[in-house]
Design a protein around this ligand. Structure first.
Ligand code: NAP
Length: 294
């Protein structure tokens, strides 16, 4: 029997409807329109696509969308000044600085200039700390998507062993905090871990956030496990073009897992809509309103 395919697109569509309904209510009851600012520096083609999709989704939901586009040679001071300006703008509730930045810019200094209340990617140290203390209002978008998919497809994960491979501040670390908060037992693995296949074979839930195409092999998967593939890797395709694959060998893992996210159409489908969820939550929090529950 092959694994249940976890349909991130369908889950994202359901969340999108809930956000649209809450947004309409916020406007009619409080005259409040969530505002999302996107900041793009330079012309990296992948970043341009990501930012365009974020803006389109925000606009389709009825959010105010502000876009700041800066040339690749923008100075650190100018970028920080723009981020601070957006921080002071009361109609902007969420600020997304698209990463990676051009090499001459210091990402840490830029994130430090970001108002944590508007940090809808949850990358500032304040939001990382709040997540660790179990008090986060804004949670990293991709791990938030992972948790929603687990809630829908697995339900209660208390006591299950959930291995997270990867420890980046964007994916691995917050994903591990998410499954830990849901009472799973959470080993974490990274590039220095020993005998990854053996660690993986114990996992009831395996979250792969590595950035290496099809790195996790089928025979690493515990039979019946839930596999959440965060990876998005562009590789050459048979037709001479390119295609997207995850960090897990999907075809092999599908024969053994109980449920698995495809790439594309799994976790990636959830990320943008979780950004919108954070913007809506940020708008409510900044205006002293009850936070919407999803
Ligand atoms: P990253 O910052 O490069 O982190 C990769 C992590 O994988 C690091 O912790 C690294 O360990 C670990 N790693 C690297 N090689 C390894 C190995 N051989 N064995 C075990 N662990 C290894 O990447 P990221 O930003 O977390 O992104 C991870 C993947 O998710 C990428 O494919 C990215 O494109 C994708 N992504 C997807 C979404 C989405 O919306 N679905 C969003 C963001 C990212 P060390 O810490 O020891 O170096």
């Amino acid at each position: 029997m092959t694994a249940t395919v976890i349909d991130g697109k369908a889950s994202a569509a359901r969340l999108r409807e809930a956000i649209a309904a809450q947004t309409a209510r916020l406007k009619s009851d409080h005259g409040l329109v969530p505002g999302l600012a996107t900041v793009l520096v330079g012309n990296d083609p992948a970043s341009e696509v990501y930012v365009r999709n974020k803006r389109k989704t925000a606009e389709a939901l009825g959010f105010k969308s502000v876009h700041v586009e800066l040339t690749a040679d923008t100075s650190q001071d100018d970028l920080i000044a723009r981020v601070r300006q957006l921080g002071a703008d009361k109609s902007v509730h969420g600020i997304l600085v698209q990463l990676p930045l051009p090499k001459h810019l210091d990402e840490t200094a830029v994130l430090d200039a970001l108002d944590p209340a508007k940090d809808v990617d949850a990358l500032t140290p304040v939001n990382a700390g709040l997540l660790l203390s179990g008090r986060a209002i804004l949670k990293s978008c991709t791990p938030a998507g992972v948790m929603l998919l687990l809630k829908e497809y697995v339900g209660d994960i208390a006591g299950k062993e959930a291995l997270v491979i990867g420890r980046s501040p964007l994916c691995g670390k917050p994903a591990a905090q998410g499954v830990l908060a849901a009472n799973a037992t959470v080993p974490m693995a990274h590039s220095r871990s020993k005998d990854l296949p053996a660690l993986a074979r114990r996992a009831d839930i395996l979250v792969a956030a590595i950035g290496k195409p099809e790195f996790v092999k089928g025979d690493w998967i515990k039979p019946g496990a839930t596999v959440i593939d965060v990876g998005i890797n562009r590789v050459p395709a048979a037709d001479g073009k390119t295609k997207l694959v995850g960090d897990v060998d999907y075809e092999a893992a599908k024969q053994i897992a109980g449920a698995i996210t495809p790439v594309p159409g799994g976790v990636g489908a959830m990320t943008i809509i979780c950004l919108m969820q954070n913007t809506l939550i940020a708008a409510c929090a900044q205006n002293g309103l009850l936070l919407p529950q999803f």
